[in-house]
Design a protein. Sequence first.
Length: 115
Amino acid sequence: QVQPVESGGAFVQPGGSLRLSCTSPELEIRLRTMGWYHQAPGKTRNLLVTMTRDRTIDYEHRAKGRFTVSRDYAKNILYRQLNDLEPDNTGVYSCQTRYNAVDIWGRGTQVTVSS
C-alpha cells in the first residue's frame, strides 16, 4: 500500500520544539502537493497547511510564527517545524497527498505536550 510515512513525534513540555518528517520510498514527496493534518484527542482531523510546488497555504492561524513547513528536495522529505508548543498542540500529525485520484494519509506521528 502506497502511503507517506511520518516520524519525529515525541513527548515534550510546553515551550518545546519538534521537527516532524514525512517521506515515502514510492512517492515524490518533493514534487507533490502535500498537506499536514492534526487530529487532537477525541476530535476530527484538521488541515494545518498545504504546500504546492509554488506556494504554501497555512490554515493554522493561531500557530503563525511558531510552525513552519519546508521540503528537502534532495532527501525527498517534507518537514513540519513546531516551535513553542502548547498543550492544545497534542495529537496525531499526519501528512497527506493525492495518489491515483485518491487522498492518502500516513499513519501519523504522536505529539504530546504536557508538563
